[in-house]
Design a protein around this ligand. Sequence first.
Ligand code: SAH
Ligand code: AVI
Length: 708
Amino acid sequence: MNAPYDDAPHWDARTQAAARYAAVRARTLALAAPLSAEDQVVQSMPDASPTKWHLGHGSWFFETFLLIPHLAGYCPFDSDFAYLFNSYYEAMGTRQPRTERGLLTRPRLEAVMAYRAHVDVAMADLLQDFPPALDGLFDLGLAHEEQHQELILMDILHLFSVSPLAPAYDPAHREPPKVESAAKMLAFEGGVVEIGHAGSGFAFDNEGPRHKTYLEPFQLSDSLVTNAEWLDFIATDGYRQPRWWLSEGWAVVTAQGWDAPFYWRKNGDDWLEMTLAGLRSLDPAAPVRHISYYEADAFAAWAGARLPSEAEWEHAEPQLREASGAVWQWTRSSYSSYPRFSPGPGAVGEYNGKFMVGQMVLRGGAGFTSAGHTRPTYRNFFHPHQRWMQSGLRLAKDGVAEQNDLARDVAAGLSAKLKALSPKYFYDAEGSRLFEAICEQPEYYPTRTEMALLERVRPLIAAEIPDNAALVEFGSGAGVKTRQLLDAAPQIAVYSPIDISPDAMEAANAALAADYPRLTIAPMVGDFTQPMRLPPAAQERCRIGFFPGSTIGNFTPEMATAFLANCLVMLGPKARFIVGLDLAKDPAILEAAYDDAAGVTAAFNKNLLHRLNRELGADFDLAAFDHKALWNAAEGRVEMHLVSRRDQTVRIKGTTYPFAASETIHTENAYKFTPERFAAIAQAAGWRVIQSHQSHDPAFAISVLAPA
Ligand code: SAH
Ligand code: AVI
């Protein structure tokens, strides 16, 4: 079945149901296709089942819960199969013991295949005249079949892993993607949040009811723990030190002699990993997988962290990388019912509810999981010692990360060999006012030039913005360029500015609210280099990023790449990102722009010292420092410094900082781009340039990016 049924709204519900059924059932057969009849009979351990049994059981599920009760005149394929292929439904009678499924050399594989065909023909009949009341059961049947698709792969991998030949199930089998960049701790305020499934789409009963729960402030890694990190854990004797381990876990590790994840095999000094593609050398950048809860918990303790609760995971999910599609992620939550949960009536009520003790919840979804099978609310569960599923982890911590700690940053910046402070600290109320004054100076061309360019090209940019979009602006300041964009793109429904300066933002937003009464303004005060969660009004729409002013030039290229990569996650797969870029030009023009004749930029730079005197009780003598702007050709940037006129000391909060004559505090970089250099940075962050506009001299550019 290769019809694009999702994109064909004119198909009626029955046809769509038949197409979905055919696609899911065909995938199961495709998964079994590379296996021999012998491969499909053997049960390699009590937890695993033979492929042949999975093939029979999926058919038994449709036969038992849909065909027998709902298709008039349906004749079961073989009355013995109810015993052979019932998994765990007490209400459906006795069954072949789980640990003895591998003894079923009969029925032959051909008979199990004939059983599937028999059930498929009958299901086609049932779906012809499909009572809407069966919707939920039908979806459950498909989701159940998909769960067994994952089990087929898990169980075959185990079977092949214990074969001395270590056969490949599929030499071309795709392994989980690498974790591409360093993990970052995202900070969450917590409070009362809602988790659980609500709404019309299918979900298992254990995912609801949606309900409120309370979270203390926490941090969660945006990405998964990698094999490289796990190698460190092993190398530092992580498996040999009881202090990292839960008591139960330590008992298992020592009894079983575990010294690595389940499918790792030592090969001299190197590690191999048994995969569906056969024995492969271990990829250090891939997420670690096939670990027990005990190992995940021990690793987290070793790393000075902990596992997240499932509510933390779900609350943070929109901001997580590799949330799904790589590995299932252990949480520290015991698998139990949500408030107001009750299992459904009848035998299908046994599906999830009766397992709610002694297991731990895993979230996300793995590479083995069928596409589209999971959701952010999906709750997988396993016993803490099990590790044949593709289980990995991400780390959590308690409390909020310290952000924007002026005192700490200043102490670090002035203690460094080359003294430096972040330009983000320029923007107190006076700094924001001085920046606006800079924009009026004849030498400071960027603002005027960018606005003229935006005026000319905004219809082209507006054409990229879909209806009801949210505009997310980074470093919005006075919001003047925002207005140019809003006027050209009235389809923008939500505006989410992010700025570190509350003063600048409040004034700008009050004025915008008065002039654009239909616009929802959802502002965020904060540091845009730190992880943040967009307000829900923006989160649920197509998000358009806006970063004008060449403020991106205040980052180093590495920071710009990291920033753009984070924005890609924050803005989502349908995003566009409009970025203003000042271009490299005659150094004389550049240096004048950062050292205007009226001395406004000098005042802006020195205002930083004034701020430190006021907010930290520092004793900077403002007359003893000069403003300096210089073009650093090697780095392609204008630098601003505050130069000490003489040998002197400055005291801040009890610490003395010596300054030699001519020593500087480096306060800002303003990188100047070429369109090619910026395109390379964007590309490294997962974006591609879809529009690039350039002004006449002085050269300034506006780029529109889309996810690569
Ligand atoms: N977008 C405006 C203003 C640019 S000035 C324009 O193009 O003219 C830079 C703005 O970014 C200021 O409003 C400043 O407060 C804000 N800003 C600077 N560093 C920031 C940071 N790390 N996080 C959030 N806002 C920041
Ligand atoms: C905000 N940023 C892009 C300005 C710039 O040009 O780097 C800040 C500025 N610094 C000195 N003048 C203006």
